[in-house]
Design a protein around this ligand. Structure first.
Ligand code: ZN
Length: 235
């Protein structure tokens, strides 16, 4: 299988689904990760242009930890909107290049608009990539509209998973990938008093309690025409 995970900020996929993505890679599947926002406003001291470069390299390093291909759409923070046609063409290009059998992205009701818009962008671009004359033809042939899964919200707020993935064997790899985001981890610890590695480990532990595993990640399928399947796609 080919899996494309589309997150908003450079560390969102690590938080919500990197254990599952690592598991896919271990099983021999091809995984690509793409973040829409460049994370340029996620710090008070580091200026946006420098932070943009730092966060791209942190995300690239995290992708290398699990053996995933890495893409960025490079939209400034707080400016992600599914109405941005260029964003949709660029994301459509990534979809045509990676030809995913499954897309994983944010939930429709996450805590900030950039996350919600990333879901909307993934929904729009993946349909666009199936249309022959959509303006991303240079990236390859059309990709049929296929299944889309929502990953967990931040801290699991308002999200009831319908499917779980046991990531007990992958939790260390997930946290190692998250550790690549040093600019965010030090920032959150110094200024918010949050140990984000502990935060993410605890959330994975809670999802594990819910499904009888030591550590787990939760998902929900997008219940829309052309997105449904009779197969279990999660590992
Ligand atoms: Zn985010």
């Amino acid at each position: 299988m080919r899996i494309l995970a589309i997150g908003c900020h450079p560390d969102d996929l690590e938080i919500a689904c990197y254990g599952t993505l690592a598991k896919y890679v271990k099983l021999g599947h091809e995984v690509s990760v793409c973040h829409i926002a460049n994370g340029n406003m996620g710090h008070a001291q580091i200026m946006p242009e420098e932070l943009r470069r730092i966060r791209f390299s942190e995300a690239a390093a995290a992708a290398r930890v699990i053996g995933a291909r890495h893409f960025s759409i490079d939209i400034p923070d707080i400016h992600v909107t599914a109405e941005n046609d260029q964003l949709i063409y660029d994301l459509g290009r990534v979809i045509r290049k990676t030809r995913p059998d499954l897309i994983i992205t944010h939930y429709e009701q996450d805590y900030m608009n950039d996350h919600v818009q990333t879901f909307q962008a993934a929904f729009r671009a993946s349909f666009g990539a199936s249309v022959p004359h959509f303006p991303c033809a240079d990236a390859g042939p059309v990709v049929p509209v296929g299944p889309l899964y929502h990953m967990d919200t931040v801290a699991g707020v308002g999200f009831i998973p319908t499917e779980y993935v046991d990531i007990t064997q992958e939790i260390d790899l997930k946290l190692e990938a998250l550790s690549c985001h040093k600019s965010q981890l030090t920032w959150m610890l110094d200024h918010d008093g949050i140990d984000f590695l502990e935060f993410v480990r605890t959330c994975s532990r809670v999802r594990g309690f819910q499904c009888g595993a030591q550590y787990a990640e939760g998902f929900r399928p997008s219940l829309n025409y052309l997105r449904l399947t009779s197969k279990r796609l999660l590992p």
